[in-house]
Design a protein around this ligand. Structure first.
Ligand code: FAD
Ligand code: NAD
Length: 463
């Protein structure tokens, strides 16, 4: 008999959620984690600490940039970076400790150390062998390195996202390589605290994968905030000279090179799946060309009894996607039917304003057939206007024939909260008319979603 019904490898939002659900369903479950604390990238060095710094720095910025003074609150902020880092660490400690508590409560055994397969039904962790009827690989992802730009988080000059969360002082000039989610979120933190931030992006626009209008508008808003963008530009190397880094950059299409001096360089050009050291071959598994473990609709790999979820499998690298896959996968292992609708996974960039979307972009929807689009500016939303948050818009994209909503995109101070309503509507197959005729509380930012849905029919009230 095997030691466990299920061993989950990795305790990120995919792994820990899968382990808890499996234990709730009566499976004898263990979770292997090599970090000192549970919670994976998300809780330790990702979603949570970045949001702690974004939240605190937003308050600082509002006090420093005159936004509070405009509402009659005169303050002269003084930065206490140690305390700001302290509240970030407290948030991480509280939440990772919370997972340990939930493991104990649900009788999930934490096996401490790195797992490596020794066969399709056994692993080795710290020299000890464990067998299980089922394994879920939930080993997540780590930073994609950029050749010629060597990260050294301890020095704090060329850093990745983990190093950028821990900077001991505000850099005078930060260069962000990659205008994606991490670059814009962590770039925002340090810009708000006083750094000049230059973003070097290989493509001709920031935020690849998002709706075209959203990308353009976001670029305009970030520029207004003081970000400098070098689009269609590639970094070819970096050298550390004393306390500075000197970057060599050139046009992506080729041309004259130039150098940029920075006090800190953040490398944020994407993340890659973690499979090194897992000895997948011993289990009979292989990875695809992108280093991911391929799965079917039920999260099964090609080897019976081995399943995979989260950042290590194809799809967006998002904590909530990993969590939902964890629940569904555990339910499938327990003999239930766990399903994820991968067409309705919201994504949010936690800048100010926030940027959020769910479903198809306008470009992707158009490529599939006739569509209708309704757009409503936040400037015309009474709550956003009253709160001095005029930037952004909501856009609803629907099928021209059926009116079924295909995508919703939104730039607004609370876009991350607003997008949940759009996701529920889409999950239930709503039409734009369904949203337009749903009563929305006044005054709320969410009324902009209702108005954008009304605009699909050409009939918004406040525009
Ligand atoms: P992970 O969270 O990466 O966890 C995998 C775990 O497996 C790790 O703890 C690792 O130590 C462990 N592990 C790996 N190999 C082994 C092994 N062989 N043996 C034992 N243990 C192993 N997503 C969002 O949705 N919202 C956000 O706001 C957000 N912010 C982010 C901010 C930053 C700075 C970063 C870097 C990421 C952010 N993400 C965000 C992405 C999110 O963190 C990931 O999508 C999510 O953590 C993936 O979950 P996972 O369970 O697949 O893997
Ligand atoms: P990303 O894929 O979002 O952005 C990387 C950017 O770097 C892209 O715009 C890409 O064109 C650019 N790039 C790639 N190579 C380059 C080069 N050589 N020079 C210049 N630019 C280059 O990746 P990320 O920002 O590192 O984030 C990684 C993952 O973490 C994302 O998949 C994201 O889903 C997840 N994440 C999510 C959140 C969130 O949900 N709020 C926050 C942080 C991270």
């Amino acid at each position: 008999m095997a030691d466990f019904d299920l061993i989950v490898i990795g305790s990120g939002p995919g792994g820990y959620v899968a382990a808890i659900r499996a234990a709730q369903l009566g499976l004898k479950t263990a979770c292997v984690e090599s970090r000192e604390t549970l919670g994976g990238t998300c809780l330790n060095v990702g979603c949570i600490p970045s949001k702690a710094m974004l939240h605190a720095s937003e308050y600082f910025d509002a006090a420093a940039n005159g936004a509070m003074a405009a509402m009659g609150i005169k303050v002269k902020p003084e930065l206490d970076l140690d305390t700001m880092h302290g509240q970030r660490r407290d948030a991480v400690k509280g939440l990772t400790g919370g997972i340990e508590f939930l493991f104990k409560k649900n009788k999930v055994e934490w096996i401490k150390g790195r797992a490596a397969f020794t066969s399709a039904n056994s692993i080795d962790v710290a020299g000890k062998s464990y067998t299980a009827e089922n394994f879920i690989i939930a080993t997540g992802s780590s930073v994609t390195p950029l050749p010629g730009v060597e990260v050294d988080n301890a020095k704090g000059i060329i850093v990745d996202s983990t190093g950028a969360l821990e900077l001991a002082k505000v850099p005078a000039h930060m260069v962000v390589i990659g205008g994606g989610v991490i670059g814009l979120e962590l770039g925002s933190v340090w810009r708000r605290l006083g750094a000049k931030v230059t973003v070097v992006e290989f493509l001709d626009q920031i935020l690849p994968g998002m709706d075209g209008d959203v990308r353009k508008e976001a670029n305009k808003i970030f520029k207004k905030q003081g970000f400098e963008f070098k689009l269609s530009t590639k970094v070819t190397g970096a050298q550390v000279k004393g306390k500075k880094a000197v970057l060599s950059v050139e046009p992506a299409a080729g041309g004259a090179a130039e150098s940029i001096e920075a006090d800190c360089v953040l490398v944020s050009i994407g993340r890659r799946p973690n499979t090194d050291g897992l000895a997948l071959d011993k289990a009979g598994l292989a990875v695809n060309a992108r280093g991911q473990i391929e799965i079917d609709h039920d999260f099964r790999t090609t080897i019976p009894g081995i399943w995979a979820i989260g950042d290590v499998v194809p799809g967006p690298m998002l904590a909530h996607k990993a969590e939902d896959e964890g629940i569904a996968c555990a339910e499938n292992i327990a003999g239930l039917t766990g399903i994820i609708n991968h067409d309705v996974i919201p994504s949010v960039v936690y800048t100010a304003p926030e940027i959020a979307g769910v479903g198809l972009t306008e470009e992707a929807a158009k490529a599939k057939g006739e569509i209708k689009v309704g757009k409503f500016p936040m400037m015309a939303n009474s709550r956003a206007k009253t709160n001095h948050e005029p930037d952004g818009f909501v856009k609803v994209i629907s099928d021209a024939a059926t009116d079924r909503v295909l995508g919703v995109w939104c730039i607004a101070s609370v876009a991350g909260t607003m997008i949940a309503e759009a996701a529920i509507a889409m999950e239930f197959g709503a039409t734009s008319e369904d949203i337009a005729y749903t009563c929305h509380a006044h005054p709320t930012h969410s009324e902009a979603l209702k108005e954008a849905a009304m605009a699909v029919q050409g009939k918004p009230i406040h525009m």
